[in-house]
Design a protein around this ligand. Sequence first.
Ligand code: DAH
Length: 334
Amino acid sequence: MSDLDELCLLFDSELEKVEDGRALDDLRVRFLGKKGLLTQKFKELGALSPADKPARGAELNRVKERLQEALAQRQQALEAGRLSQPTLDLTLPGRRPRLGRRHPLAQVEARVRSIFRSMGFVVETGPEVETAYYNFTALNTPEWHPARDEADTFYLDAERLLRTETSPVQIRVLERGRLPVRMIAPGRVYRKDKPDPSHFPVFHQVEGLYVDHGVTFADLKGTLLAFYRSLFGEETAIRFRPHFFPFTEPSAEVDVTCFLCQGEGCRVCKQSGWLEMGGSGMVDPNVLSGVGIDPEEWSGYAFGLGIERIAMLWYGVDDIRLFWENDLRFLKQF
Ligand code: DAH
């Protein structure tokens, strides 16, 4: 038996054992790779006499072709076998994909947006990094006002800060000088509050602003009443308590009848029958003239509502921090 016959025998017996693509590759390398058994024989050709070389060379080439063909056949057989094997059992019940869902605060905000949109309000946005001018000065909030204090406000430098309310969007929209304006501005606001069940240093508000000829407090009442009835149900009533905000005059806080007990008094409204929802008022003439609008010709109302407040009451969530922890066990409930 020649050395090449032996090599072929060895190859054939090894090929028998090959069960997968990886073993087939190993076999290919072992015989035909750079240092393969057959390759080695080719290398030895150089040492032969010119007379012997051609015959040996032709023989080596024949063997090489034979091995390559056998490898290719085996590969085809392996692939065919793999395809015919059932790797996917179509009779098994499917795995349900885990669906995400909107965050409860996003759901509430979407509802608020859609109610105001249906009443003709457009949605505006403004930057969360604001200047002291937009956040305070233009909103008639004087230098000495405690809201400007570093103890309450995240300042980035002397002039820039994280907005403490959505009210600066009022100024940015009014500045454009296109009246009338009927807009809401939902978004995040920041305050240096220590986290506790009802405080978190970031939360959401929805600002509202309507400026036109002859807007009155009655328009404000009618709009907010329609809004809260749409949100909490047709039996809902609202009341206004006199208050102070630098950018509205007169100003009022808005309460709605507790939607849980319909005003009877319960745990949610702390037996008062009323829930505090936000601030509102008639846009202060100083704010209008500050952006070049004549307060003799135009008037307006504004309001600011807390989204977390609505969401907590609506869903019965008793700790605001839950909205920010992103615990799936919490989020999955909405
Ligand atoms: N910006 C006020 C706050 O964060 C809420 C507010 C009150 C907004 C009265 C208004 C308003 O537009 O008219 O406490």
